[in-house]
Design a protein around this ligand. Structure first.
Ligand SMILES: Nc1ncnc2c1ncn2[C@@H]1O[C@H](COP(=O)(O)OP(=O)(O)OP(=O)(O)O)[C@@H](O)[C@H]1O
Length: 309
């Protein structure tokens, strides 16, 4: 059974207008997990709770199997690195090298050569204070600095925010390599579907504070299909709808042709054949469409991948 980097049991946090949770989640070590959800769905709140910057009103959190009252013990804290959505101001007056030298006291595994190589790769200006950097430059510094600390667990709140496409590509490759080489766990909050598609092993979907579930990305891809079938008109389509419990959305596209969305392709194919309805063509829905359906409450039928083990 996979070891868990993080486990949340019945965790909830009351915010002014909504409650985040209850969250029951087990996030396996050595994987990249994408937190996905619309604005205000609770992604940052979850990351804050994992850093103990916010405290659950209910439930328990385990870090690598341990649960801690008060702050995280130093030896655990040193294995975790965090890139906040907005950088803290307390390093603003330092240059990248000054900030790195401060951070290296905190992180005994600090890898200065790796840090310098990442700054070069990202083309981060060296002689300028962090507070004067552009949003993207600062973000690149933050990413280089968290990776150089050599953490086992990386918590990244929208890390690509402000990055140009060139830097974005380097970031994706760098995270992937870091995870592969160190068996690290990366939890990343993102709105960018391409980032999820390229990076994530697991997807955790939040919606308005509620956990809609966790799924393996590869199981999710291919879970929904759109099928074109022959149907003369709306009346015939309505009759067909009554015969197709596997169909989620039925729509007339042109006279004589309708589309059906399903997550039970094999059942649907068999049913259409039994009914003598012609299947014209089909396509697999892309990740963006799948996430949108899931957000609307239509979780595809998957083998239970919630615990990721
Ligand atoms: N410190 C806080 N005090 C009170 N309410 C908060 C606080 N932080 C967040 N909230 C509220 O909690 C909810 C979840 O916010 P959170 O920042 O976790 O969402 P998010 O998914 O990260 O959103 P986004 O994609 O916009 O960054 C929102 O309704 C937000 O207004």
């Amino acid at each position: 059974m996979a070891l868990m980097a993080i486990e949340l049991r019945n965790v909830s946090k009351k915010r002014k207008t909504k409650t985040i949770g209850p969250l029951d989640l087990a996030l396996p070590e050595g994987h990249i997990i994408a937190l996905v959800g619309q604005n205000g769905s609770g992604k940052s709140t979850l990351l804050h709770m994992l850093m103990k910057l916010a405290h659950p009103d209910e439930g328990t959190i385990h870090w690598f199997g341990g649960s801690f009252e008060g702050g995280l013990p130093l030896e655990v804290r040193r294995t975790i690195a965090y890139v906040a959505e907005v950088p803290a101001r307390d390093e603003d007056h330092w240059t990248p090298d000054e900030a790195a030298s401060f951070r290296s006291y905190w992180y005994p595994d600090w890898d200065e050569a790796y840090f310098q190589a990442l700054l070069d790769q990202f083309d981060v200006p060296r002689g300028i204070r962090l507070g004067k950097m552009s949003k993207g430059e600062r973000r690149k510094f933050e990413i280089a600095a968290v990776l150089a600390a050599g953490p086992k667990l990386l918590l990244l709140d929208e890390p690509s925010s402000g990055l140009d496409p060139f830097a974005w590509r380097i970031m994706i490759e760098t995270f992937q390599r870091y995870m592969d080489e160190r068996q690290a766990t990366i939890i990343i909050s993102t709105h960018i579907v391409e980032e999820v598609r390229r990076l994530a092993d697991y997807i955790v979907l939040l919606h308005k504070g509620e956990l809609l579930g966790m799924a393996e990305k590869d199981a999710l891809l291919g879970a929904w299909s759109e099928v074109w079938v022959s149907a003369a008109d709306e009346a015939e389509l309505a009759e067909l709808a009554a015969e197709l419990p596997e169909a989620l959305e039925l729509k007339m596209q042109t006279p004589g042709m309708a589309t059906v969305i399903t997550s039970r392709m094999q059942d649907l194919e068999k049913r259409l054949s039994d009914l003598g309805v012609k299947m014209i063509k089909n396509r697999i829905l892309d990740l963006e469409e799948i996430l949108s359906l899931w957000t609307m409450g239509h979780r595809p039928e998957l083998a239970d991948s919630k615990r990721g083990d």
